[in-house]
Write a new protein. Sequence first.
Length: 275
Amino acid sequence: MAMSTISVVMRLSRKTNSLGMVCALRSMGLRFSSLADASNGSGEPQDVGFIGLGNMGSHMATNLLKAGHRLTVYDRNEAVMQTFAERGATVAHNPREVADASDVVITMLPSSPHVEEVYTGKNGILSNVGSVRPSLLIDSSTIDPHKSRLLATKVAKCKLLPNSKKVVVGEVPVLLDAPVSGGVVGAQAATLTFMIGGHQEGFQVAEPLLRAMGSRIVYCGGPGNGAAAKVCNNLALAISMAGVAEALALGQQLGIDAHTLSNIFNSSSARCWSR
């Protein structure tokens, strides 16, 4: 996919909830997991860090607390951090403090620059002279897959601190790109679809934890493949939305009421998630 196409889709991603991922991924033969397929619960309680408590992240982090995990959080919004402190989470002052207190860190941020800043900026996750405590890092942001792969390479060059619990076997941390589909409603209900790219062992370790936040977990392959799947999904959704809009506009020009045409779409072959 050309960089210009990715850029357009990334902008659309920040404005649109992408739905209908499961059928598309099944048709591609990608690995598929669900609560019905796996054991109950989200594994043993862990020390989990969560960075980015916005519309999506706040619900995802809340579900981790409900699952019994010990949570350390960071967000630029002091009010939302205070809310999580009242719920029993530990509040950090920067991303590095989150990493120093956690065996697994999850980030849910608006865009590629935000992710780069949180990981590699001043007081970022990787700012401790290339050494980190968490052996598993999970980025659920919707970002450029090329940026995701570059970040995975940077993470793989780091070392683990002596106090690392090593939830993933090895001497270096593992980064998974794990964007989601399902919107705020899915985040609140813990029914998100996760698209995972990265080390397969890391995926297997992360899977029970992700079940606290989602009901569909799809392994897409190596680093950046989860981010790529999300971009492709959003591109398909954007094209579908444009097609529906054009069809409605044409119908009105031909004298058909838009509401009538919409009802037809919803009960015919034109039915789609963009209706």
